[in-house]
Design a protein around this ligand. Structure first.
Ligand code: PPY
Length: 269
């Protein structure tokens, strides 16, 4: 069947909720990497993965895989509010809980609540994988969506356990191609500098954007994995890579950097 969309599953994850807003033809994969693989090998036309959360910041695995492992393009983005629930089996009281399972981002977003609970924390590949694991264990709880609670026979013992009421996550839709220009787009790029240690090296690249009045909506650095002090920079800039002015700017950035990759142009959400 055409237009299959993969997502970080199993059913009941936040990514499932995000992916449901764009398609009914969804296929669940158990890891971010396997979602990306499904698009590369043509099993699916698009894949949805989380990339950034308003409390916890970037999903670094997604960034690293896009830079180092897969040549995929960001075709669009989806932002949804995130409410976490402490999910338990029927009859379980808060004092029964010794272990809490969830995705690393979810555990981090609920840090103050979990500290008060004083429980052991365990990472799973997704929040719904945690709910699945907890089903039937009276001393375990999961952090996740109400949907995953329903799917895996758990009840929300406490709702809205995240650190902040305005918790949002940005998901990206990955494809082999990015989006055609719409007039209201942004472009995600990643690059590294010839010499991280030389003074003004990053400034010289950023100046290319500012000279042409191009607004940057995100800048973030990650280790290049080649040694301490060596970084790669992720930048989101306003405009589409097919706009003449943006394409000239990107060529200039490419010339002045030792590594350069366009992750895609797509509509601003
Ligand atoms: O595990 C999930 O449900 C996901 O979709 C990843 C995630 C985890 C926590 C917040 C947002 C997305």
């Amino acid at each position: 069947m055409q237009n299959k969309v993969s997502f970080l599953g199993p059913n009941g994850t936040f990514t499932h909720e995000a992916a449901s807003t764009i398609s009914e033809n969804l296929i669940s994969y158990c890891s971010i990497q396997s979602v990306m693989e499904s698009v590369v090998n043509g099993e699916c036309d698009k894949g949805v993965v989380p990339i950034e959360n308003s409390i916890e910041g970037s999903v670094t695995l997604t960034l690293d895989l896009l830079v180092h492992k897969f040549n995929l393009m960001i075709e669009n983005e989806i932002i949804i509010p995130i409410n976490h629930n402490l999910l338990v089996n029927d009859g379980v009281r808060i004092e029964d809980i010794s272990d809490v399972y969830s995705h690393s981002q979810a555990l981090a977003q609920c840090q103050p609540f979990l500290e008060k609970l004083n429980v052991k924390k365990h990472f799973t590949l997704s929040t719904a994988a945690a709910a699945k694991k907890v089903e039937g264990h009276k001393n375990y709880a999961a952090i996740g969506t109400l949907t995953s609670g329903k799917l895996y026979n758990l009840k929300p013992l406490v709702s809205n356990v995240q650190d902040n009421d305005t918790n949002q996550t940005r998901f990206i839709i990955l494809s082999k191609k990015d989006h055609i220009p719409t007039g209201h787009d942004k472009t995600s790029i990643v690059f590294s500098l010839y010499d991280d240690a030389s003074s003004g090296a990053l400034y010289k690249v950023l100046k290319i954007f500012s000279n042409k009045n191009i607004n940057l909506s995100k800048i973030e650095s990650r280790p290049s994995k080649e040694g301490l002090g060596s970084y790669i920079f992720f930048i989101d800039l306003e405009g589409h890579r097919n706009d003449k002015s943006i394409s000239e700017i990107l060529s200039e950035v490419k010339e002045k950097t030792s590594f350069f990759k366009i992750l895609g142009s797509y509509p601003i959400y």
